[in-house]
Design a protein around this ligand. Structure first.
Ligand code: HEM
Ligand SMILES: CC(C)=CCC/C(C)=C/CC/C(C)=C/COP(=O)(O)OP(=O)(O)O
Length: 302
């Protein structure tokens, strides 16, 4: 039986669409930013001179474990995601991928990721990866239905991969490692309070206990965004203190400027509590993180 060019093209397009759906399950946009942060963490740990092979292995392994956690998060939430406009067209709620296939895909990614990390950069890094996976999938994901404290738990899961980059370099955990963790931990509150406000109706419809759902005035979300942006600004200078490097004053100035930008937009959101100011805060958070990572990366070179 011969295949017409049209039938061939249709099959190819179908295969591409399936691949795109599996990629979507791994939340690739969040992963890119997270892996950039893991890479920068490895550079900061070694004062800008990482063992590039070890860093490569740490990034690949973290990518696999993080992707697995996102696939399982969506497996667990497939019915809830159907209730929200933002998520109802995802591959699982829309029925384009079967839950069983996704679960198997996630299990394969996760087990190969943990094994890869253990084989290449050591069991400690693999263990942090496994703990982060459990925190995100087993604690955070169900907790979204139970308490607005879920965001704090999600923020620990979001920041822990930095310690994977650090540990992969064989560096001891010190004040600078704690500061990097704290930067990513606090960053997530303005980032997510803005998102939770924008999608508050979606979250309420799905029974998610986000702060703007339990307090629809947005006062508590605004306060949390301000408090975290303030803490973020303070901890962001710590990596540059007590370092015998010429660039320290420039980096401190840049970190403070970026932090004050976040703080200003968090205050504006807290005062106005409207979608426009929330969108500006979300946008600013997505500019802040790569910019701050750039400052951390530039520090040993300046
Ligand atoms: C408590 C922790 C976090 C929560 C609840 C959260 C939630 C979300 C949500 C719901 C979106 C989609 C917004 C939209 O569709 O308009 C988003 C976007 C984004 N997040 Fe987060 N996030 C968290 C932590 C992180 C972390 C740790 C990173 C990476 C370091 C990150 C990076 C991003 C990026 C790059 C986007 C924009 C890409 C997109 O539109 O999908 N987030 N976040
Ligand atoms: C190594 C490893 C396991 C890393 C995991 C890192 C990771 C993906 C952290 C997630 C951060 C986070 C809470 C995202 C929002 O999820 P959400 O479920 O609230 O987002 P959604 O509503 O869009 O699904």
């Amino acid at each position: 039986m011969s295949t017409t060019p049209l039938a061939f093209e249709q099959r190819r397009a179908g295969r591409m669409a399936i691949v795109a759906d599996y990629v979507e399950l791994t939340k690739p946009k969040i992963a890119v930013m997270l892996l950039a942060a893991v890479g920068v963490s490895g550079c900061v740990a070694t004062w800008g001179q990482p063992d590039l092979w070890r860093l490569f292995h740490a990034i690949v392994g973290t990518a696999l474990v993080a992707a697995s956690s996102c696939v399982w998060n969506q497996c667990i939430e497939r019915r809830i995601d159907l209730l929200m406009k933002r998520t109802r067209d995802r591959p699982l709620p829309s029925g384009r991928i079967a839950p069983r296939s996704a679960a198997m895909f996630g299990a394969a990614l996760g087990s190969s990721g943990v094994a890869y990390l253990a084989a290449t950069v050591g069991w400690q890094v693999a263990a942090i990866g496994a703990v982060t996976w459990l925190l995100y999938v087993v604690v955070y994901t169900p907790m979204k239905q139970a308490s607005p404290w879920n965001t704090a738990v999600g923020a620990v899961a979001g920041a822990l991969p930095l310690l994977m980059g650090w540990a992969a370099m064989g560096a001891a955990f010190d004040l600078r490692a704690a500061a990097l963790f704290a930067i990513l931990f606090f960053w997530q509150f303005p980032h997510f309070m803005a998102i939770a406000w924008i999608y508050r109706k979606d979250y309420a419809a799905a029974g998610m206990q986000m702060l703007p759902v339990v307090d629809p005035t947005g006062i508590r979300a605004g306060r949390q965004a301000i408090g975290a942006a303030l803490a973020l600004t303070l901890v962001s200078v710590v990596p540059f203190l007590n370092a015998p490097l010429d660039g320290a004053p420039w980096c401190i100035a840049a970190a403070l400027a970026l932090g004050f930008g976040q703080l200003l937009l968090a205050v504006r959101f807290s005062v106005r509590r409207d979608d426009r100011s929330a969108r500006h805060l979300l946008w600013a958070s997505l500019v802040y993180l790569p910019a701050m990572l750039g400052v951390l990366l530039a520090f040993p070179i300046l």
